[in-house]
Design a protein around this ligand. Sequence first.
Ligand code: ATP
Ligand code: MG
Length: 367
Amino acid sequence: MYIKKIEIKNFRNYHFLKTAFHKNVNLILGNNAQGKTNLLEGIYITSIGRSFRTNKDSDLVHFDEDFAKISISAEKEIYDTSVEIIIKKDSKKSIKKDGVVVKRTSDLLDNIFIVVFSPEDLKIVKDEPEKRRKFIDRELCQMKPSYYESLHNYKKILLQRNAYLKEETIDQRILDLWDMQLVKYGARIIQMRKIFIEKINSISRVIHNSITNEKEQLKITYCPNIPVLDNVNEQENIFYDEIKNAYGNDMKQRTTTRGPHKDDISFIVNEINMRNFGSQGQQRTCALSLKLAELYLIKEETGEDAILLLDDVMSELDIERQEYLIKTLKDNQLFITTTDLDKKLLDAFPEAKILYIENGTIKEKNR
Ligand code: ATP
Ligand code: MG
């Protein structure tokens, strides 16, 4: 799959931009604060309907304007697609897929597959569990609209249950209504996370082995807050039991203490937990294996080569890792941002399109 064309209006520091992309490599160059990451963000939003940097849509609209618009057209294995997103500062965003209005965000998903890799992602191994949960959620939402639905409902009910736990008097019957809903969606989330992490684990093991010249064996494991059982029904039952057992704690802390909102994943290399004991280089290599595993998994599940956004990440990797990446990603469309055009990078991609960004405008450059 690849994005053929994009048109942007009033998005971040862009007033207007219209360009075509190369089906393989697009190098996005420019000094700091010119709009390189903003362009990636504009591309990304057409995949899951939201940014990878902010949850606040209004931030995406140019400071001086009321609305922003992004349209792209992409070529896919089976059929081509187009997406148009209009973000208004003071009302809900509107989305069209293939010219048809998308009523629920879940109807946008499972269409354009994009993986972002930024210096922030290089820290995924050592960061807080929340970052790792975000990673799982983002990737699963992209591939499975049913996961998005369950997650959306779970989060909504969790907020309401937490608010209810803060009330002075608690009616057990009302709490039980929240609990049954929470358990229903939570069990689905746990089951889908389990399968996803097992798949990511088996793919990343092979990649990691290859990147490290067989010196390191990576194991990615699910660390669920609720024990994982074999099917959704059993999962609902155990979650229900656990939430009832946690009632005393929940009341003390006035919040929901058990559930998949407390899950984590761990990265074990040669039996050692990388979060606490990995060197910075090892942690980064794990992150790289994870990201590449995501691309393979998308291919396996959807038949599509996902688009990869590499934001400032090349310069953070050593030459060996850079070369591995370049050699592995022959079939994917890449968007690579960088402040200085490294000759090696240019030579690695003789066909690449070079887009030079200056203060929210784009110039196509010859090499
Ligand atoms: P770096 O190399 O430092 O990562 P960059 O080229 O990736 O730089 P961007 O993150 O794309 O830079 O941001 C470019 C500029 O866009 C920033 O100076 C930022 O203040 C500006 N900007 C962000 N949001 C908006 C907005 N809503 N309206 C106008 N300008 C914005
Ligand atoms: Mg940037």
